[in-house]
Design a protein around this ligand. Structure first.
Ligand SMILES: *[C@@H]1O[C@H](CO)[C@@H](O)[C@H](O)[C@H]1NC(C)=O
Ligand SMILES: *[C@@H]1O[C@H](CO)[C@@H](O)[C@H](O)[C@H]1NC(C)=O
Ligand SMILES: [Zn+2]
Length: 373
């Protein structure tokens, strides 16, 4: 099977999987009660898309051996200015714990080289993406500490304006009625992410914020889970003129499989997903495309792409549509590895001083009372 061969050589690097959120919802992160190696997670909760068995032994077999995921650490916008940092830390903790508990399956990694090393040992490389700028609570210090804990991307906002406690509006929501882009503090956050070597994720942000980030960033950016707006006119998707900016930036659009972003309706199938790949390839080429399925983060996924064992079906569909093996190896993993290496190189260039940007936004009331009023 050509698709399986392609995936063995260039494993799936999925930009966005919300399994950690499901573990929080359904198990309150008490994961030791479950034998992950043998548990069928569909028996634990309806709509489950992810478990080791399907990552490893799905119908399509081989792909799962080498698949790799960015585990999303998501917390609701409502927690902004309240428990967001606690939740971020707990979600990072749960990813680290299951990765450590099943060392023959997972390897926690933070660099492109470590992904390849994990992969060559037949392990699933676990990486962390933080979904929502509200989890740094307007603090560059918190951003740096999340990076130190292993977070390698941050989505600048989720489905709300990032509710900065001290400084309002890093970025606006995907609600396109809002046109506010990055504030000065938002630009500082992007620059600090560049300096650290943290991928800037533009999924969920407004068009205005996308444009501002392209003007600000010195490294390639990612869309960890967004699709093409020309195919489905949804604010979560990326319009063609911004795809051109992405190409200039040398970043990557990782296609979201959520039915509502694929067809702008509750139903979709694998052809509809392939249409997004074809479209983006026609507009900017295959070098800036990847997969960010959003498994376990959405309720409706396309027929033929029901869970994490199904990626090979998409590869087969794209082969039928005339994609070359080389192009397919890029969109399964090589494009993201290229972006990560570029981001790592920019960080190396920029880390020329031991003096880090100050924590500029500690308010008088936080100093005076050491707590919020
Ligand atoms: C899944 O949903 C069905 C009916 O919709 C219900 O009978 C079943 O108990 C649910 N299973 C789990 C594990 O929640
Ligand atoms: C997907 O659905 C469309 C109709 O919306 C149909 O034309 C197409 O054949 C379907 N593709 C697959 C793979 O079932
Ligand atoms: Zn999301």
């Amino acid at each position: 099977d050509t698709a399986i061969n392609i995936l063995n050589e260039s494993p799936i690097i999925d930009g966005h999987n919300d399994w950690p959120y499901q573990l929080r919802r359904h198990m309150k992160n008490s994961i030791n009660d479950v034998d992950f190696l043998n548990q069928d997670f569909t028996k634990l909760y309806n709509g489950s898309h992810t478990d080791i068995k399907r990552l490893r032994d799905g119908k399509v077999g081989a792909q799962s051996k080498t698949s790799f995921q960015f585990w999303s650490c998501y917390c609701s916008c409502n927690a902004g200015g309240k428990d967001a940092i606690r939740i971020a830390l707990e979600q990072i903790d749960v990813v680290k714990r299951y990765s450590a508990s099943y060392p023959s399956t997972f390897q926690f990694v933070t660099t492109a080289a470590e992904i390849e090393a994990a992969n060559s040992e037949g392990k699933i490389a676990s990486m962390i993406g933080v979904e929502g700028g509200h989890m740094i609570d307007s603090s560059l210090a918190v951003l740096r500490m999340l990076f130190a804990l292993g977070a390698r991307y941050m989505t600048l906002t989720h489905s709300c304006d990032t509710p900065w406690y001290v400084h309002p509006l890093l970025a606006t929501a995907f609600n396109t009625a809002k046109t506010t882009g990055l504030t000065d503090f938002g630009k500082l956050v992007v620059s600090e992410m560049n300096r650290l070597g943290m991928l800037v994720d533009l999924a969920h942000v407004s068009d205005a914020t996308m444009r501002d980030v392209f003007e600000t960033t010195t490294a390639p950016v990612i869309y960890s889970h967004s699709s093409a707006r020309a195919i489905c006119n949804h604010g979560r998707n990326v319009p063609d003129d911004i795809l051109q900016l992405l190409k200039t930036n040398q970043g990557i659009l990782m296609i979201n499989f959520y039915n509502d972003y694929i067809t702008c309706s509750p139903t979709a199938n694998i052809s509809h997903v392939a249409d997004h790949f074809d479209h983006v390839k026609n507009v900017i080429g295959a070098d800036y495309l990847g997969m960010g399925a959003d498994y376990d983060g959405v309720q409706r996924v396309p027929d033929g792409l029901e869970d994490v064992s199904k990626y090979p079906n998409l590869i087969r569909e794209l082969l039928k549509r005339g994609w070359s093996e080389e192009e397919l190896k890029k969109i399964t993993g090589k494009n993201l590895l290229r972006v990560m290496r570029a981001v790592e190189a920019v960080a190396q260039q920029q880390q020329t001083s031991n003096v880090l940007p100050d924590e500029t936004w500690i308010s008088d009331s936080l100093v005076a009372s050491n707590c919020r009023t």
